[in-house]
Write a protein that binds this ligand. Structure first.
Ligand code: NDP
Length: 330
């Protein structure tokens, strides 16, 4: 077996030397546990927070220990009724080839319905995040104009398409390359998209949303958030999902300069954590799985091969190398 450990706490953008890759014995399951051979592991932006010591909503990873996070694989050995070798499952002991995991922390998935990898993305945590943000937090209603930042990523692709499928007046996305902009408008049906690296976000958003925005799904923070406040219509709702533009900052940077507009525009700005909304998973899957299998909701995955390349996959995720969900095939 092989696992990826946190060797050093990254300063700024993580480097290879912050990780160590260690071969270990294949562990054995005790009573109540399963041995799972991981097939896919998820690398996610929130893990950057766990690599830091600073207290946040996610516990820091321990130095010298294997990291963890979403994983999907096959049960190899089971000591538990209801789980048998061959079952496909998702669980939270990623960053390793083999996991011994308590059965109560494992969910069976139907790999006939959709590919196993999709349960880490469009039908998993990131898809649920998009659905929760749009419905429970932004209270999306048809005829809203919706702006999604980080739009070509795992959460953003689902958030924008769901808004469009449910009758949004206009869906606008921002992303970091011309190819991603093309993907959003030509493949995913966004009404407009722009490359935030091409010029000031506020000017590009004003052009893409001449009548303003009613919902902002924020994955990026920083300049994007300031631009969204500027473009917001009265009573607009902001679902604040993440602020990836700040994750590698080594010191606090000034926030939006236009916060006073929150008052005049009477904005609703709400942060959320998908982990508080796990109870919505069945409703989400019931609604979104048919859209995925029916082809109305498209999803993309960027798959990197080999557990030894997991640190690079994570570094590349922060750099924008992915379109849709970034995964490592073990
Ligand atoms: P993505 O698939 O969107 O991957 C991250 C993307 O961020 C990259 O592809 C890159 O795309 C973009 N990015 C990186 N640096 C910057 C920058 N400086 N400015 C703008 N964009 C940048 O990841 P996820 O879909 O998994 O996550 C998206 C967001 O949602 C993150 O902020 C994450 O923390 C948050 N999140 C929050 C959850 C919650 O419960 N609140 C749960 C899951 C995710 P590009 O090429 O466009 O720059």
């Amino acid at each position: 077996a092989t696992e990826v450990r946190l060797a050093k706490r990254p300063h700024g953008l993580p480097a290879h030397t912050d990780f160590s890759i260690v071969d270990t014995d294949v562990p054995s399951p005790a009573a109540g546990q399963l041995l799972v051979r991981n097939e896919f592991i998820s690398v996610d932006p929130y893990m950057r927070g766990r690599m830091s010591e600073a207290k946040s909503y996610a516990e820091p990873y321990e130095l010298g220990k294997a990291m963890y996070g979403g994983a999907a694989g096959e049960v190899i050995e089971s000591t538990v009724d209801g789980f048998a070798p061959g079952d496909k499952v998702v669980h939270q002991l990623g960053w390793r080839t083999h996991a011994v995991v308590d059965a109560k922390h494992v969910a069976k998935v139907d790999a006939e319905l959709a590919p196993l990898s999709s349960y880490l993305g469009v039908l998993g945590m990131t898809g649920l995040t998009a659905w929760v943000g749009l419905h429970e937090i932004a209270h999306f209603s048809p005829d809203d104009t919706v702006f999604v930042s980080g739009a070509a990523g795992a959460v953003g692709t689902v958030a924008g398409q769901l808004a469009k499928l449910k009758g949004a007046k206009r869906v606008i996305g921002s992303a970091g390359s011309a190819e991603k902009v093309r993907f959003l408008t030509e493949d995913l049906g966004f009404d407009a998209a722009f490359n935030y690296k091409d010029g000031p976000v506020a000017a590009q958003l004003a052009e893409a949303a001449p009548d303003g925005i009613d919902v902002y799904f924020d994955n990026v923070g920083g300049e994007h958030l300031e631009a969204a406040i500027e473009a917001a219509n009265v009573h607009a709702r902001f679902a604040v999902c993440g602020m990836i533009s700040t994750y590698n900052d080594t010191q606090a940077v000034p926030g939006p300069r236009n916060l006073m507009k929150i008052v005049g525009k009477r904005l609703h700005i709400q942060g959320f954590l998908v982990s508080d909304h796990g109870a919505k998973q069945p409703e989400f899957v019931a609604e979104v799985a048919p859209l995925v299998t029916g082809g109305q909701l498209k999803y993309s995955e960027t798959v990197v091969d080999g557990i030894r390349n997991a640190p690079q996959a994570f570094i590349d995720l922060l750099g924008g190398a992915n379109t849709g969900k970034m995964l490592v095939r073990v």
